[in-house]
Design a protein around this ligand. Structure first.
Ligand code: NAD
Length: 491
């Protein structure tokens, strides 16, 4: 069925076993910019449907594993081309179900295409192991990577297209089959990815997408004995439970979890550039990025001057409808998320923080039915305020003053998380010390905490992540296992 037609019907089927399917029940998906009418609906699959998805993934695995990596690459690069062709339409749907701006959603679509193309080329044109010396005569030994089997990918609502693409591109390129469980709030984006892969010729059953009510399908999804590996991006509450459960079953688990990312502004920094960059890092996607800057740590001599520049940059932001011209900050992803963010702000104020700007909803009547919150900056932050350590995942930036680079590094590392951090300085020594000592998986100097490219290894330390990184060649370690083969070819 052509994509546009499905979307206009506002009922979008899901892909199981190479067929677009719907069950008896549907789930309505909200538009966070206007909660009055649901945006569209997707099938609420049953536990039996989920088991059927695993049946298909299991059945498709042997042939997909044997398929030449070059042929797999052809499918992935064709799917990348389709995503690019369809970018405008897909961006509208992402913006509608997630609330990010049209430009952000378009950027997400093009980056999802980059993931498919990158892993297609990397695996298709690359090698798959190493030849090793062997002390035994006439013996050739190799270590070769092979796919694992059926991978379960569970993804959140905040980057609803890139996150499935970041996982499925290396998983499928390496020869695995997959079951994707997109976030219940934003299933359409993942279905666009599935449609591009399906239309590009992905064989039936290689990718299956299970949409549904998490509570109803969770058992069938997580307990299936055919799961070879689980890649999860989401909250620590869910990720920690999954990590423990899969460890007891000896199933490989990759978790990309929360963050509390700090940007440090040292006294010698280009303050105007720092303010511009921190605002982009904090308020892009309404702060709903795992790598968003949510704490800014400023050296005392430049604190007041930096905050003045920061507030001027924030005042120039334009909260508004995701698809409206000129909007730079969309709504939060739903009422639950908005209430949670407002709760964090209120608690911070009770604990001594000061609202320097924001903290309320835009006055505009057009926005009254959406989940909007003005970009918020909080001052007077100490480590006694919960918001110093708790992830907010919204357009809220907490400012703290420190007296030295040493103090700044201690402040950055004062967190259970360890995803991303940035430092603004002109001093090479300070930059290198920061990079060496900040306990985070991603370090930026004079740059935003988000913004990592498809070939940059990505993932957090401590409670933000797991031993397996995503992106780049690193990701392939998670989706493959190594087999060592010794062949004696002498007489
Ligand atoms: P979430 O943990 O509530 O949900 C993530 C996914 O898990 C969703 O698809 C959800 O339906 C599914 N899920 C939840 N409970 C489940 C269960 N019992 N069984 C099976 N599936 C289940 O997270 P969220 O609110 O969607 O996303 C926001 C969180 O994601 C934030 O904490 C953010 O920091 C994190 N995140 C991390 C990264 C990273 O790379 N480190 C990237 C993006 C988001």
């Amino acid at each position: 069925m052509p994509e546009r037609e499905v979307i206009q019907m506002r009922s979008v089927e899901t892909l199981v076993g190479g067929e677009w399917t719907a069950g008896d029940e549907w789930i309505e998906v909200q538009n966070p910019a206007d909660l009055r009418t649901p945006a569209f609906r997707v099938p609420a699959l049953t536990p039996a449907d989920v088991t059927r998805a695993y049946d298909h993934a299991e059945r498709a695995f042997p042939a997909w594993k044997r398929t030449s990596p070059l042929a797999r690459a052809t499918v992935l690069t064709a799917a990348a081309a389709l995503l690019r062709e369809r970018a405008d339409t897909i961006a509208e749907d992402i913006a509608t179900e997630n609330g990010k701006t049209r430009a952000e959603a378009r950027g997400e679509t093009l980056k999802a295409a980059d993931f498919l193309e990158y892993y297609g080329l990397l695996v298709g044109r690359g090698g798959y192991g190493t030849l090793l010396n062997d002390i035994r005569p006439d013996t050739r030994t190799s270590a070769q990577a092979e796919p694992l089997g059926v991978v379960l990918a569970i993804t959140p609502w905040n980057d609803p297209l890139i996150t499935p693409a970041r996982k499925l591109a290396p998983a499928l390129a390496a020869g695995n089959t997959a079951v994707l469980k997109p976030a219940t709030e934003t299933p359409l984006s993942g279905l666009h990815l599935a449609r591009a892969l399906h239309d590009a010729g992905l064989p039936a059953g290689v990718l299956n997408v299970v949409t549904g009510r998490t509570g109803q399908i969770s058992g069938a999804l997580l307990d299936d004995p055919r799961i070879a590996a689980v890649t999860f991006t989401g909250s620590n509450a869910v990720g920690d439970r999954l990590r423990t459960a899969f460890a007891t079953r000896n199933i490989r688990f990759q978790g990309e979890l929360g963050g509390k990312n700090a940007s440090v502004v040292l006294a010698d920094a280009d303050l105007a550039k720092a303010a511009r960059t921190v605002v982009a890092a904090a308020f892009g996607q309404a702060g709903q990025r795992c790598t968003a800057t949510s704490r800014v740590v400023v050296e005392r001599p430049v604190h007041d001057a930096f905050v003045r520049l920061l507030l001027a940059e924030v005042a120039a932001l334009r909260p508004g409808a995701p698809l409206a011209e000129g909007t730079s900050v969309g709504p939060l992803s739903g009422p639950r998320q908005r209430d949670s963010v407002v709760g964090h702000i209120e608690r911070a104020v009770k604990q001594g923080a000061t609202v320097l700007t924001g903290g309320d909803a835009p006055a505009d009547e057009v926005l009254a039915h959406g989940c909007y919150l003005n970009p918020t900056v909080l001052g007077d932050i100490t480590d006694a305020v919960d918001i110093w350590r708790e992830e907010v995942f919204g357009p809220v930036l907490a400012v703290r003053v420190v007296d030295s680079l040493d103090d700044a590094i201690v402040a950055v590392n004062d967190s259970d998380f360890g995803l991303a951090a940035a430092v603004f300085t002109r001093d090479l020594h300070a930059a290198h010390r920061f990079a060496d000592e900040a306990e985070c998986g991603q370090i930026a100097v004079n740059l935003t905490t988000p913004g990592w490219d498809v070939h940059h290894p990505f993932g957090g330390f401590h409670d933000s992540g797991s031993p397996f990184k995503e992106q780049g060649t690193e990701a392939l370690h998670f989706y493959t296992r190594v087999k060592t083969v010794a062949i004696h070819y002498g007489a």
